[in-house]
Design a protein around this ligand. Sequence first.
Ligand SMILES: O=C(O)[C@H]1NCC[C@@H]1O
Length: 342
Amino acid sequence: MRPSDVVKIVNCHAAGEVGDVIVGGIEAPPGETIREQARWVATDQGLRDYVLNEPRGGVFRHVNLLVPPIDPRADAGWIVMEPEDTPLMSGSNSMCVATVLLETGRIRMIEPETIVRLEAPGGLVEILATCRDGRVVEVRTFNLPSFTARLDAYVEVSGLGTVQVDVAFGGDSFAIVDAHKLGFGLDPSEALDLARVGIAITNAANEQIGFVHPEKDWSHISFCQIAAPLFVEDGVPISLNAVAIQPGKIDRSPCGTGCSARMAVLSARGLLRVGDRMIGRSIIGGRFDCKIEEDVDVAGLRAIIPSIAGRAWITGTQEHRLDETDPWPRGYRLTDTWPQKQ
Ligand SMILES: O=C(O)[C@H]1NCC[C@@H]1O
């Protein structure tokens, strides 16, 4: 960052998970594809440090960079910056980006429904935004093909013993474990323990099982989803879950990619099929309304196209700037609030 740069941001959250959006002041990174641009952002780390580190950011923050699309079908390109990762796709962040684009007039809002096509690093995702009185009241994201990589695998986790996991991809990669078997009721008071246990399971699953996407350059497990057994309310299965995000925080939202991964597992187990709904619920009471839209094939693997619907709310605007005398131009992280990555 140069002292002359002013970075304009619209602050937003989806179901409680922060997904701020950079709307001005940063040029598109080098790269022929959005994925290459995202890799450049991840390798360079400069922008990530500037917006995610203190004093501008914090471990709770995700920041989305809008870039010109490369795919001619897309309305906008978009790169997600999570605390440690620069992923292929994110559900809560897609809702924030679509809401900011429409509510700030960067894409023309058509009521009652607007279709927005976003080019994420993992590919094109279509969004159906329900709009009323100039506001986006629901964002339904049609996610990347989602599939199960392993069912009923076992990992040894220090301090926990043997833990049964399913591994699945839902736009990002997950080890999914049973909350009750680990002694969690998924109450907000458990957040710190959920984060620590989730990160320990993610790390063990990466060491002992791993994950390789058959078509995309993504070869690790990003998250652990600690999920309660499904229960039914008003005829719809509810997936209460806590997703541990590196380096150790809990997703405040029900995690759109996580709900997609869980639906892929439920589909592989024959428990959900095309047309079935599932409601994702987070430990703070956030809700995503999810559905299996289609069965598809990914490199010979059985997969689904899930959709995830939720709402995002704009909370403000910011202009970040860098004073030339600031001794911490890239900010800083301290382990009192930003856990050490294991
Ligand atoms: O909804 C999601 O998919 C996400 N929320 C934050 C971390 C994940 O990308």
